[in-house]
Design a protein around this ligand. Sequence first.
Ligand code: CTP
Length: 399
Amino acid sequence: MLTGQRIILGVTGGIAAYKTVLLCRLFVKAGASVRVILTEAAKQFVTPVTLQTVTGNQVYDELFIASNRYTVEHVGLAQEADIFIIAPATANTIGKIANGIADNLLTTTIMATTCPILLAPAMNTQMYENPLQKENLAKLSSLGYKIVGPEQGELACGDSGRGRMSSPEDIFTEAVNLLHKDKPWRGRRVLITAGPTQEALDPIRFLTNHSSGKMGYALAEAALELGATVTLVSGPVKLTPPTGVTIISVITAQQMYDAVLACFDNVDVVIKAAAVADYRPATTSEQKMKKSDDDMTLALIRTPDILAQLGQRKQQQLLIGFAAETDNLREHALGKLKQKNLDLIVANDILQEGAGFNVDTNIVRFFFRDGRERQLEKLTKREVAHELLETIDELYTKK
Ligand code: CTP
């Protein structure tokens, strides 16, 4: 999601500095390169070696500058950065920046920066409420600095109140929003379903299918890259959700139905890549079912058709379905497009080599509401995701 993005993270001396290790990990996992500048006070709370290890990059501190007397590398870094974050930002550092004081590496570097700046203040509640401090933050905010937090909660000093640094996840999300502010899908809310569902027979056995979730997860990642706000409702899969999505994990078709319906009113695009079980056992045994000498017939009952339900409730949303077929692809896909009131259906013949479940590629055909069709060649699921989002974008702008 943040591949190629260059982040400078300034860490100042507060107890929350230890949380920056997790923050760095989130950025690195999302593909960004992170350079850390530590103040001397911050080193009391987190070590340069730790941050160097998690970022894989040299950490900058006063010592580094002292031993590289003629280097202006840090100023160069500041100029190349896509975002400059200070977390935690102490009252002291906020005060210095607001008043143009540049007396250490961090405050000097930030003065040479032209990229967006995000501050995550952390301090004792009384310090936070101090009018001088508030004035400093307000001044920075009016100059375009973005501020995330602080939050209410228990503080390290034993007090409880406003002053706790926002969580690494919230700082990450805020940073992504800033980095994505010029992205084409910014502000677009996308709901994606992925993976299979499992319908339990007893505590040991269940009915399911071969879906790996790869297509849905590739779509979630691609939508994030375009700047969308993504909710991923996922059945049980072996994949790690992309950093930055809101993940809702479900097991059964009914749970997926509930999760999807709860989000539906507040989204703009729905892509139903999940392979939902159409039937579930009529009863689920609480104990392990024991075998007998007789054969067995299972009674199954229908699960709700989530997409058909969405088709009935559809308002502003664009509705995209998938159709996994083994025969009469066109006829079945067009039937589902119409019956479920979709804007587009992505159909594939799962018997074709390189298509369908559990492989990294797919061969799909798009069927549109207006009768158009488009056959794509064999592509990776990532490429299919990008093609599909591009196509959805065209539909969206035509709406
Ligand atoms: N779908 C759904 N809820 C269900 C079954 C399917 O939302 N209970 C969605 C799938 O996520 C997919 C589309 O409907 O986007 C088509 O799913 P598919 O399994 O191909 O078709 P079905 O409608 O289940 O019909 P059939 O199994 O008879 O082919």
